[in-house]
Design a protein around this ligand. Sequence first.
Ligand SMILES: [Zn+2]
Length: 73
Amino acid sequence: MDQLGIVLLVGVLIISAWLIIPRIFPHPQMNCTRCEGSGAVDEKWPNPDEPSGWHELKGPCPKCEGKGKVRAA
Ligand SMILES: [Zn+2]
């Protein structure tokens, strides 16, 4: 019974550490330069490489996947 208690305690500690450590040492993040932190883009500019002749993109930002933040390099 004591052993089970220790196993449970260690398990809880590992899970707590796993949840808490990223909050103490967050990955450095900066606002996404493509959507400027909004997470969404509304882009349109001429692009001869596209079949329509226009680059058009509206919706979640592809660079930060809609999060608005990217990892600082
Ligand atoms: Zn973005």
